[in-house]
Design a protein around this ligand. Structure first.
Ligand code: SF4
Length: 493
């Protein structure tokens, strides 16, 4: 301490100013985020700058002959590297120009890509879990290491949705909550496994692109559709072999003979009656509680959703086939003289139909979309007049990517984006202990548009001066569409 109370760092330490933490880093050590280190007194970014070479051999891409930049009809043009923000580094405070502002001629057009590893303090992820199983009530808290990191939102089309992270958990709760939330987001975004629990709900093991594990059991199939949809899809295959088919589903249970599909096939009313609330003919809500049983209900005995058959309509010998929406559960019954269903041997055609239902179910996956905002201070690294960047994105003059992956930009204010982490290079995310995620973000636009929005023109570097032997080269990611493809821009459509 000096007389004024200032800390004088040891001489061998250097200060990293890439984020508000401002670490003092000793020789040979790395900073709190493990992204920067002190190598011989120089501050170095530990991960190399990453370029994407779409579907091409790693070299040579700088063999810039006379025609090197001319359009050859190949959308991805493998010999043309795209500089991502992975390894680019972060600038702080935001008014500093982004670490790399790279120019390159594409199809005769002067293009500029501004890359930076953005610090996202308020970001989150949306997680889609392909399962019918009940994982918890809407609004139930999702916890990691006992800390609340998000909540269950709702169920949409056979998938449970979680919203994790965001201001409330990263910065709005306690210190541990913020740290655990940041770590959970980081792991999910980097496709690593996380263990989560839902209050009064399930225990989940999730990793992007992998089957979700719910209460220790790996989910296998995503349902083919709701019970009504399944009736609509398979009615013609079932009708010749059963007098009644009931597709058990937590959302909409389908009853063939009442359903419009059955009517079109002149199916005779069966007199079998299903519990729950009738929505429209042949479509029933809430036949049972939610759970891990048939079709995401809490039942293991399908007959438990039936009320006594209508004796005026049902008949002895009636053939009843019951099946779940994934085809994983099915049962066949024949009504006895008292109109009570009794188990019977399933006809081969119905067995085959169960296989067909399962065959039409896609593998169950957990999907993770990163959600971040680039409409704030980060824009200053791109332009001296930030709002012009927002307008540029709105007008499709600037294309936003995350590690080369396409983004969806939400309507309305700001640049609020979502990106599929599976479309990004692996381990694309980092963190800083403020806490916040660090994510790659690139803005690509024509040089003339960059000039018009007040870009840092004096910081533009030709790509040949940036891409050297030290860069990391990776193949195409995501949908393989080049971020500089003219179809990404209003002027090129
Ligand atoms: S946390 Fe990382 S980026 Fe921030 S100052 Fe420390 S080393 Fe630099």
């Amino acid at each position: 301490m000096t007389a004024q109370g200032k800390v004088i760092p040891p001489a061998e330490k250097i200060r990293c100013d890439a984020c508000p933490v401002l670490c003092f880093i000793a020789e040979g050590r790395s900073g709190a985020c493990d992204r920067y280190a002190n190598h011989g007194g120089a501050l170095v970014r530990l991960d190399p700058l990453t370029v994407i070479e779409n579907g091409a051999p790693a070299t040579p891409f700088l063999d810039a002959g006379e025609d090197a930049d001319e359009w050859d009809g190949d959308i991805v043009k493998g010999a043309r590297p795209f500089v991502t923000a992975l390894g680019a580094g972060t600038t702080y405070p935001d008014y500093k120009p982004a670490p790399f502002i790279v120019s390159q001629k594409i199809e005769g057009v002067d293009m500029v890509t501004v890359v930076t590893e953005g610090i996202f303090s308020y970001c989150g992820v949306k997680v889609k879990i392909d399962t019918d199983r009940h994982i918890g009530q809407e609004r139930a808290l999702v916890r990691a290491d006992g800390e609340p990191v998000g909540h269950v939102t709702t169920t949409e089309y056979g998938s449970k949705m979680l919203s994790l992270g965001g201001v409330e958990h990263l910065t709005g709760g306690g210190k541990k909550e913020g740290r655990v939330t940041c770590d959970t987001l980081l792991r999910l975004c980097n496709r690593q496994e996380v263990e989560l629990t839902i209050d009064e709900g399930a225990a989940l093991t999730l990793a992007a692109g992998k089957a979700p594990i719910i209460d220790g059991e790996a989910e296998r199939l995503m349902r083919v559709g709701c019970g009504s949809a399944a009736i609509g899809m398979f009615a013609t295959q079932w009708a010749p072999h059963a007098d009644e088919v009931i597709v058990v589903d937590d959302h909409i249970t389908g009853v063939l003979t009442e359903h419009q599909a059955g009517k079109m096939l002149d199916a005779r009313p069966s007199g079998l009656r299903v519990k729950g609330r009738r929505s429209t003919p042949g479509r029933y809500f809430q036949v049972a509680g939610p759970g891990s049983g048939w079709g995401g209900t809490d039942i293991s005995d399908p007959l438990s959703i039936l009320r006594p058959a209508d004796p005026k309509i049902a008949w002895p010998g009636l053939r009843l086939f019951m099946i779940s929406t994934t085809g994983e559960d099915w049962a066949y019954f024949v009504l006895n003289d008292n109109l009570v269903p009794e188990p019977a041997e399933t006809p081969p055609a119905l067995l085959a139909s169960a296989t067909r239902v399962a065959e039409n179910c896609e593998p169950a996956l957990a999907s993770v979309l990163f959600m971040g905002g680039a409409g704030g201070s980060l824009r200053s690294g791109v332009t001296e007049n930030p709002v012009r960047l927002t307008r540029s994105v709105r007008d499709a003059l600037a294309n936003v990517t995350c590690g080369g992956a396409p983004t969806y930009i939400w309507p309305g204010g700001g640049i609020t984006l979502m990106a599929d982490v599976m479309a990004m290079p692996e381990n694309a995310f980092g963190y800083v202990p403020t806490p916040a995620l660090v994510a790659p973000i690139e803005f690509t636009l024509r040089r003339e548009d960059y000039a018009a929005l007040g870009g840092h023109l004096d910081q533009i570097r030709e790509i040949g001066t940036v891409v050297d032997d030290g860069v990391r080269r990776i193949g195409a990611t995501g949908n393989g569409v080049d971020p500089r493809d003219r179809r990404n821009f209003s002027w090129g459509r």
